[in-house]
Design a protein around this ligand. Structure first.
Ligand code: NAP
Length: 266
């Protein structure tokens, strides 16, 4: 039997989405890699396992994105500034923590327009919101953060060099070039409403909802109906996995194969 390189994910409640995308990528390129989602209750033990078993790469999700930070040997500078690690790369026993959520968001948005100089309104200042705010600023966007907890919006805006607002700013979405929902509003089983009044959406506005279940949220349905440019949350998910794939394998990610697998499992 030939040797395989093992990758996986570490989370309390594993999702099949990462495995579906990564495995499809390995198959498309004929790589002797496998991907296993691990249900983790002891993150310290899991990281020791990554080292001991020579696991090449591991995605990290809820609730461990902060807790793994002191457990790795080095941090990518932007992951450190964001304050969250969703990806660990193991180079011969030396573990480095990365954040690929921001890459996913930036690549998904830049498929439809450049971020440099774009006025971007970001709803939410949680884990994903932080990653998007840093990534968008790195790529030259002018970022306004609107959050329910105003203090969190102010803290993030000060850290990235942006503006802070309350969630009511959503009603002024037409004044922006790009709108991103990084709150769970719109999620199936959470709150199916849109966080943005439909009348605030203008034709040509780029609207990305990072909520990916349902695929077409109320926000995206309104955006489509009003002639906005719609970016599904699945696109961010795909591109953040693609960046992980590149880090683990050193190969460009086969996006189409990974996207087909994601769509089949969403
Ligand atoms: P999080 O860290 O818990 O942050 C949640 C954010 O949403 C906070 O800013 C919070 O505001 C706000 N929020 C929560 N409930 C709200 C409500 N009822 N009304 C107004 N604001 C509310 O969560 P997260 O990890 O950032 O994830 C947020 C969403 O993004 C989830 O739906 C997750 O599935 C999705 N996500 C998607 C991707 C992707 O690749 N597409 C990646 C990561 C996450 P406060 O600060 O005021 O509490």
């Amino acid at each position: 039997m030939s040797l395989v390189t093992l990758c996986g994910s570490l989370s309390l409640h594993p999702s099949p989405l990462g495995a579906s995308m990564h495995e499809a990528g390995y198959r498309a390129l004929g790589l002797a890699f496998r991907y296993v989602p691990f249900a983790v209750r002891d993150i310290g033990g899991a990281i020791a396992g990554v080292r001991a078993l020579g696991i090449r790469g591991a995605g990290v999700s809820y609730p461990y994105k902060q807790r793994v930070m002191p457990l790795v040997d080095a941090l990518d500078p932007l992951a450190q500034r964001i304050g969250a690690v969703n990806t660990i790369v193991n180079d011969d026993g030396r573990l480095t923590g990365f954040n690929t959520d921001w890459v996913g968001a930036v690549r998904a948005l830049e498929e439809v327009r450049p971020l440099s100089g774009a006025r971007l309104l970001l709803l939410g200042a949680g884990g994903a919101g932080r990653a998007i705010a840093y990534g968008a600023r790195e790529h030259g966007a002018l970022v306004t953060i609107a959050n329910r907890d105003a203090a969190k919006a102010r803290e993030l805006a000060a850290a990235v060099g942006g503006e802070a607002q309350g969630l009511g700013e959503a009603s002024r979405a037409a004044d922006y070039d790009v709108l991103v929902n990084a709150t769970p509003i719109g999620m199936q089983d959470v709150d199916a409403r849109s966080p943005v009044p439909p009348a605030a959406i203008r034709a040509g506005l780029v609207v990305m909802d990072i909520v990916y279940k349902p695929v077409e949220t109320a926000l995206l349905a309104d955006a489509r109906a009003r002639g906005a440019v719609v970016v599904h949350g699945g696109r961010m998910l795909l591109h953040q996995a693609a960046r992980q794939f590149e880090l683990y394998t050193g190969r460009p990610a086969p996006l189409e194969a990974m996207d087909t697998a994601l769509r089949a499992n969403l």
